[in-house]
Design a protein around this ligand. Structure first.
Ligand code: C2O
Length: 570
């Protein structure tokens, strides 16, 4: 159907004769069908029935141009509720198409469908889409590549080839069972059994070598690799043997190019790198493994690989030598992680908001709930794990989405009292925070923002239970990361370090372990926008909040009307 429509477009353009140049240059509307379904997939020697889109794992790659409109009809033929989120898409005035369940829509029930309709506005580079319901995104995800408009080009030399490299995380179990078990016991969920590149674990795992992903290249080319961290619960280091990477973009914003041997991506983040194939023809591993900053916790310490293969390389049968293996930073190498994140700059001077209307300070971190009477809980101290922002553990509503409740004026679904600063100030990164401060409070609280307000948020990690690097993502917005650092943020001494000239723009910031990051944006997109840690285990525990951005003046500053097929909760 999709190709039929494309063909139709092609023909009608051809018939327009001279006009067709103009038509090709103009924005187009792309139609896609996403059928969410159970699909048998074999990894690590075992077949699991996983949830996929159109039977593909990873799901289909969408390729659009800046300015295009996507119309994606999602049909749910699986046994779980599902929604799809277009991670990083601004969704200007189309919050209804954003996707997080019970935030902007009720889930698509088994047997139901919903059509997401949105326009790409001023974004170029690599984004991705994923399920936003329970832990379905473990297998329901794919790349969303945004090319420049037809009449423009990359701000770097045109690469010979382009390839997405999607890093994922695989359980030798049903991931929904894994999270449900953790929710039942209050303990930490089982760790994953593998990481994957484009859906394949690669040579270092059992039963995996014959399916290792191969990325073909030829000598003397410059190629664009679009790296996406789609893993659920782990930040990842990524490197390529023998090849330096020139970083040119992240989260669908361009960057001032710089060269590095290793990049770090939190879940949700993307990084576009150029590589030049200037090495002796051969086979080179690309590899990813965890950057793990929490203490006293187990994690998946395996390594996923794919192979960069020169076409001119002697064929593997004649060359029994293993591909060349790269070196990766140690799992806890926070120095390597921050050396990378602090190297990011916008390509030139940018317009960072300066007259701040909303000066917010949010703690991000873990916590505990008391174990309900009569139950046993397997979190620390016999309690249940939670997580919070400003001590509020975000609880999703059940009967309406927050956006519906806001739009239709339905009371009792959420409150607007999310605190602008922590309810108690303490030494956030001390290694013995009083146990009295470990208990979080559940709530469905939003923070209201006036249309057009200039927002600054200090995101401060806490050491409660454990300090940890948290990849914090905001829906519906890109933001400037004006500074990051370690310890407690100090407004007296740290404000002077802000980069208000060329800070990087992203949609997800990796807040340093036992540290802080400061972000700024203009609240120019009306709607309800989830902000959360993109480690799914933490969002499960409540490390989230939502902004309610009011309408401004006139149609162009007002949320569109809800689509007629928006799913109902009942
Ligand atoms: Cu990748 Cu709530 O998002």
């Amino acid at each position: 159907m999709e190709s039929q429509r494309n063909l139709k477009t092609l023909f009608s353009c051809a018939f327009l004769g001279l006009l067709h140049l103009f038509v090709f240059a103009a924005a187009e509307v792309q139609y896609h069908d996403f059928v969410v379904q159970e699909t048998p997939v074999k990894r690590l020697c075992k077949t699991h029935s996983i949830i996929t889109v159109n039977g593909q794992f990873p799901g289909p790659t969408l390729e659009v141009k800046n300015g295009d409109t996507l119309v994606v009809k999602v049909v749910n033929k699986a046994q779980y509720n599902v929604t799809i989120h277009w991670h990083g898409i601004r969704q200007l005035r189309t919050a209804w198409a954003d996707g997080p369940e019970f935030v902007t829509q009720c889930p698509i029930r088994p047997g139901g469908s919903y059509t997401y309709r949105f326009t790409i506005n001023g974004q170029e580079g690599t984004l991705w889409w994923h399920a936003h319901s329970s832990w379905l995104r473990a297998t329901v995800y794919g790349a969303l590549i945004i090319h420049p408009k037809a009449d423009s080009s990359y701000p770097f030399p045109m690469p010979k080839r382009e390839a997405p490299v999607i890093l994922g995380e695989w359980w030798d179990a049903n991931p929904i069972d894994v999270v449900n078990e953790a929710t039942r016991t209050g303990g930490a969920p089982n760790i994953s059994d593998a990481y994957t590149i484009n859906g394949q674990p690669g040579d270092l795992y059992n039963c995996s070598s014959s399916d290792t992903v191969i990325i073909p290249v030829d000598s003397g080319e410059t190629n664009l690799i679009r790296v996406i961290n789609a893993a659920l619960n782990n930040e990842l280091f990524f490197t390529i043997a023998g090849h330096q990477m020139t970083v040119v973009g992240a989260d669908a914003s361009y960057l001032k190019p710089f060269t590095t041997n290793v990049i770090m991506l939190g879940p949700g983040q993307t990084t576009d790198v150029l590589i030049t194939t200037n090495q002796p023809p051969g086979r080179y591993y690309m590899a990813a493994r965890a950057y793990f900053s929490a203490q006293n916790a187990s994690f998946d310490n395996t390594t996923t690989t794919a192979i960069l293969e020169y076409k001119s390389a002697p064929c593997p049968a004649k060359q029994p030598l293993k591909p060349i293996f790269p070196s990766l930073p140690a799992f806890n190498d926070t120095g390597a992680a921050s050396a990378f994140t602090t190297s990011l700059r916008s390509p030139s001077k940018v317009n960072v908001p300066t007259d701040i209307d909303e000066n917010l300070f949010f703690t991000v971190g873990l916590g505990l709930f008391d174990c309900p009477r009569g139950q046993t809980c397997s979190g620390p101290n016999g309690k249940r794990f939670t997580a919070s922002m400003n001590n509020v553990s975000f609880a999703l509503p059940r009967n309406f989405s927050i956006l519906q409740a806001h739009h239709h004026g339905i009371n009792g679904v959420f409150t607007t009292d999310f605190p602008a600063v922590p309810p108690v100030q303490f030494d956030y990164t001390s290694n013995n925070v009083s146990q009295a401060l470990w208990q979080t409070v559940p709530g469905t609280k939003v923070y209201k923002l006036k249309y057009g307000s200039n927002v600054q948020i200090v995101l401060q990690d806490t050491s409660i239970v454990t300090p940890e690097n948290h990849p914090i993502h905001i829906h519906g917005y890109d933001f400037y990361i004006v500074a990051e650092g370690f310890g407690n943020f100090n407004s007296q001494t740290d404000t002077g370090k802000f980069n208000l000239v060329d800070p990087p723009m992203r949609n997800t910031v990796a807040v340093p372990v036992n540290g802080w990051a400061v972000i700024r944006f203009v609240a120019d997109n009306p709607g309800v926008w989830l902000m959360h840690c993109h480690l799914d285990v933490h969002i499960t525990w409540g490390l989230a909040m939502a902004f309610l951005v009011e309408n401004g003046f006139g149609e162009l500053q007002t949320l569109e009307a809800p689509p007629v097929d928006l799913p109902e909760c009942f």
